[in-house]
Design a protein around this ligand. Structure first.
Ligand SMILES: Cc1ncc(COP(=O)(O)O)c(C=O)c1O
Length: 399
């Protein structure tokens, strides 16, 4: 399978991990040799309830037995997407009430950028250096990492960049600004949290100049930071909230939520202001609804903070310089990209899945399913510590 994978399936990096997957269950993925891999990554934060959670699987199967795709987005009332958007509204603060369901995170970002322009009649978008919001043209235009977008220019005009957590830069947000888009916690940049009331200050500035604040919660959202959405930790409510990844419970999804007043603008001038064939797909929505119910009705969010403490207690080593992040969105920092690469690749050999962050080569991503057990955390951390000990002795021997 590996050679066909490399030959026929488009590749995006020179050295994909290329594990041949057989099946997955709970916190484990199994390869075709039936070797078990403990999953500390959760499909890059996309499977908050682990693999093949019975409630999610049942919801999908029940929906499959009723119907799959019946009509393009927005025409027919279908129970799963209706209940999903209603449950999101129930769990979100005013004025976040109406949700548009999309097929992916980047598509939700596109919708959010369009809505900010439509609502303000302005064109300028402000984003942050080192931000990642997806890979379609609009999302890539607001990506704050030139190396990865240079080859695809020209992109959207009227995009300016500020530095996350830099208050002086807030003056760049003006009456020309349609929207300010920020990740609540910068993901690709290295799990950088807002500091010193930064998001509150951005909110204030947006209010002062009439710009909309878009918060991208595609990574921190859905319980990972101990609250359903990361912004709840920072006393700042966005005008447009963008969700994805974990919401689908392992199925592809994106969503953007705004006030009714703003969202209704997509119906007129022009009508069909944002359309999609498959957005709000009933099977995907059924999976998302079961996932969201489980996360909001269980104590998994509280557990995320306890599990963070366990990771922090265990992952103490001279080669760990810092652990960034909150809850089960953690970036273990090593002194160099080389050490980080060794940790990630050797852990794979030893049956533990770790991964990189997009723009911070020293970071080891730890974003396990929220359902991971304490025993599994201990087991995985011991693998990491063993690898770090070996790397440390090699460094000592080479001195
Ligand atoms: C913060 C953030 N925004 C947007 C996206 C894009 O989501 P998708 O890959 O579903 O298009 C991602 C994906 O990694 C992300 O982490």
């Amino acid at each position: 399978m590996k050679s066909d994978f490399l030959k026929y399936q488009a590749q995006t990096s020179p050295h994909p991990l290329a594990m041949e997957v057989s099946h997955a269950n709970g916190s484990y993925i199994y390869d075709t040799q039936n070797k078990a891999y403990l999953d500390f990554v959760a499909g890059v934060s996309a499977t908050p309830l682990g693999h093949n959670h019975p409630k999610v699987i049942n919801a999908i199967k029940e929906q499959l037995d009723k119907y799959m795709h019946v009509m393009v987005y927005g025409e027919y009332a279908q129970k799963a997407p209706v209940e999903l958007t209603k449950l999101l509204a129930k769990n979100l603060p005013y004025p976040l009430e109406k949700t548009y369901l999309t097929n992916s995170g980047t598509e939700a970002i596109e919708g959010a950028l369009k809505l900010a322009k439509r609502a303000t009649g302005r064109s300028e978008i402000i984003s942050a250096n080192n931000a990642y919001h997806g890979n379609t043209m609009g999302s890539m235009s607001v990506m704050g990492y030139e190396d990865r977008k240079q080859a695809f220019r020209p992109l959207l005009p009227d995009v300016r960049f500020i530095t996350f957590n830099n208050e002086d830069d807030l003056n760049l947000i003006t009456t020309k600004t349609a929207g300010v888009i920020l990740e609540t916690i910068q993901g690709g940049a290295g799990f950088i949290q807002p500091e010193n009331g930064y998001l509150e200050k951005v909110r204030k500035r947006c209010d002062a100049v009439g710009a909309l604040l878009i918060l991208d919660e595609i990574q921190p959202g859905i319980g990972r930071t101990g609250t359903l959405f990361g912004f709840e930790n920072y006393n700042c409510i966005p005008d447009i909230l963008v969700i994805g990844k974990g919401l689908g419970g392992g199925m592809p999804i994106g969503a953007f939520t705004a006030s009714t007043e703003h969202m209704d603008l997509l119906q007129n001038n022009p009508k069909l202001g944002h359309i999609t064939t498959f957005g709000g797909h009933p099977v995907i929505a059924a999976s998302a609804l079961a996932t969201l119910k489980e996360i909001t009705e269980s104590d998994l969010m509280a557990q995320a903070l306890e599990k963070e403490q366990l990771f922090r207690k265990l992952l103490v080593h001279p080669l760990i310089t810092d652990i960034r992040g909150i809850g089960l969105m953690l970036a273990v920092m090593t002194p160099s990209a080389d050490i980080t690469n060794k940790v990630i690749l050797q852990s794979q050999d030893q049956g533990l899945i770790l991964f990189w962050l997009l723009f911070e080569p020293r970071a080891v991503r730890i974003t396990p399913p929220l359902t991971i057990s304490n025993e599994e955390i201990i087991k995985g951390c011991n693998i990491i510590l063993d690898i770090l000990n070996k790397i440390q002795s090699q460094i000592n021997n080479n001195k």
